[in-house]
Ligand binder design. Structure first.
Ligand SMILES: [Zn+2]
Length: 538
């Protein structure tokens, strides 16, 4: 291996710390990322209202922000990421009455479901998950400050935020006063204006309630996020995230509450992820799929995956698809785009993922080393040290791909473009193995082998940023405890390859036997234009 490092082959240091740009919903432009207190970065993501099982749509924000935190950490930042749990809310109360169990029990059950799903999708970067009911004192004192400063008024046990007092109200969601819709219903009579929204709601009989200066009651939804983000991240913090459907009224109201309470901006960068929709419209993901579609929020909200539309059963979906496949599926699309969720797009993601599994198996066969045992550099600095030691002429194309990957991530966290670079690497690695005829017999002095190992180390570094291929897929076949997520893709690939060869040789007896015997095990083979996929039928 060459130890000469020409200026051209020497990788430039990741300039990500100064080069990251983020699309800020408030300014409607991509802005350079300059944190308030570097290297510290504070991120708040609106979490779930825990009244029912999570569905796949609930995983979009967590997977995106888990990846964003991994990338910012890689770039040298010290990120604190908060995701709140709304455990008191109208829907929870209704569910509690319906099931005849305490609200707190439903919240505990559904929080456990949410956490289990996050774990399956590899979301493990969250630092704090504050629950609203644990922060009543902070919520109440926040409302008291707003009242003292003249932004809030009490009315028959309720407390409302007076929207007219905040001249910047509507700037985030781009709404004029005329477009601001107030909460109607029976609270309307107690408000000064229909646009005003509840900070505190007086208790009705049979509802959970807390003592407050305004009598017993419970907080409104919006104030929870203002109080808990302030408590954990301070008056002004770097990034606030959430789905597009939360921009109004939830984020507009959070912003009004916090900025009026502290006389300071709440957040420097507002980030909104696109929603997921079920259906067959268009193909999602792939190269350059970066800009949000032009569909209106209202249209998306209507068709987005939601519990009421039967999009549930996430645990079942994970069991069938594996958490890694779902994470890969979500990251193929840029976070501001709409994600189309259907069998076809899921299957495409699965086929793509299997190509990576095949390469990783190939690597192990040649080197005797498992990809999953390779170290994952946690920062760009750590990675650079290794690459500088390993630099060679043949590694150049892979280093160039590494630069492209990092540039994509720095460009508003474009995971879709970053994944398309990974495909280029995948093709390059397979080509490299073929050209050098690398096999088990490759010796340690074989330059082709050295380049392979160095290039795969780069793949390990980059896939680690996306939280992919961190650990080997479970090995057991359909074992009860491991569930169907344990199905060995590699074995299925071998069988499908054998069948393809048999068919090419017109040996239909063998190809039919493979299909029939798999079918008797509850596995169906699906022949499509671009290849064969498989799925379990029982
Ligand atoms: Zn929120």
């Amino acid at each position: 291996m060459s130890t000469v490092t020409s200026p051209r082959t020497k990788p430039s240091p990741v300039q990500a710390m100064s080069d990251i740009r983020i699309y800020n919903t408030l300014s409607k432009t991509k802005e350079p990322f300059v944190p308030l207190r570097p290297p510290a970065v504070g991120i708040y993501l609106c979490g779930p209202t825990v009244y029912a099982e999570a569905h796949i749509g609930h995983m979009v924000g967590p997977v995106i922000f888990d990846t964003i935190k991994r990338y910012l950490t890689y770039c040298g930042y010290h990120v604190t990421w908060v995701v709140n749990i709304t455990d008191v809310d109208d829907k929870l109360i209704a569910k509690s009455h319906q099931r005849g169990v305490p609200m707190s029990q439903i919240a505990v059950e559904m929080t456990a479901d949410y956490l289990a799903n996050l774990k399956e999708l590899g979301v493990n970067q969250i630092d704090y998950m504050p629950r609203a009911t644990d922060h009543m004192s902070q919520i109440i004192s926040f409302i008291e400050s707003l009242e003292k400063r003249g932004y809030a008024y009490a009315s028959q046990g309720d407390v409302f935020f007076e929207v007219a007092k905040d001249p910047s109200y509507g700037e985030l969601s781009n709404r004029t006063t005329d477009q601001q819709q107030g909460e109607g219903g029976e609270a309307a009579a107690r408000k000064r204006s229909p646009s005003d929204f509840a900070l505190w709601k007086s208790a009705k009989p049979g509802e959970p309630a807390w003592d407050s200066p305004w009598g017993r009651g419970r907080p409104g939804w919006h104030i929870e996020c203002s109080a808990m983000s302030h408590h954990l991240l301070g008056e002004t913090f770097d990034i606030h995230g959430g789905g597009l459907d939360l921009m109004f009224p939830h984020h507009e109201n959070e912003r009004a509450q916090s900025s009026c309470c502290h006389n300071a901006p709440m957040v420097k960068y507002w980030m909104h992820n696109g929603l997921m929709r079920a259906g067959s419209k268009g193909k999602v993901g792939g190269k350059g799929d970066r800009e949000s579609s032009a569909e209106s929020v209202a249209e998306l909200a209507e068709s987005k995956i939601s519990r009421s539309k039967g999009g549930g059963g996430l645990a079942e979906l994970i069991r069938k698809q594996t958490g890694e496949r779902l994470r890969f599926f979500l990251l193929r699309t840029h976070y501001r785009s709409t994600i189309i969720f259907n069998d076809e797009t899921l299957s495409e993601a699965g086929t793509s993922l299997e190509a990576f599994y095949r390469l990783l198996a190939r690597f192990q066969e040649i080197t005797g080393q498992s990809f999953y045992d390779l170290p994952v550099p946690q920062t760009a600095d750590a990675a650079l040290q290794r690459i500088q030691d390993a630099n060679s002429e043949t590694l150049k194309p892979f280093l160039a791909e590494r630069e492209r990957f990092l540039a994509s991530m720095s460009d508003d966290f474009n995971t879709g473009a970053a994944i398309s670079v990974l495909f280029d690497m995948l093709r390059g690695l397979n080509r490299h193995i073929d050209q050098h005829a690398l096999g088990k017999e490759a010796g340690p002095s074989d330059p082709g082998l050295t380049t392979l190992i160095d290039a795969v180390a780069i793949l390990r570094e980059l896939t680690g940023i996306l939280g992919l291929f961190l650990k080997a897929p479970p090995q057991a076949i359909g074992s009860d405890d491991a569930g169907e997520s344990a199905l060995p893709h590699a074995l299925m690939e071998i069988l499908m390859d054998l069948r393809k060869t048999a068919r090419a040789n017109k040996d239909f007896a063998t190809s039919d036997a493979i299909r029939d015997r798999l079918s008797s095990l509850g596995i169906a083979l699906l022949d499509k234009k671009d290849g064969t996929t498989w799925e379990r039928t029982k």
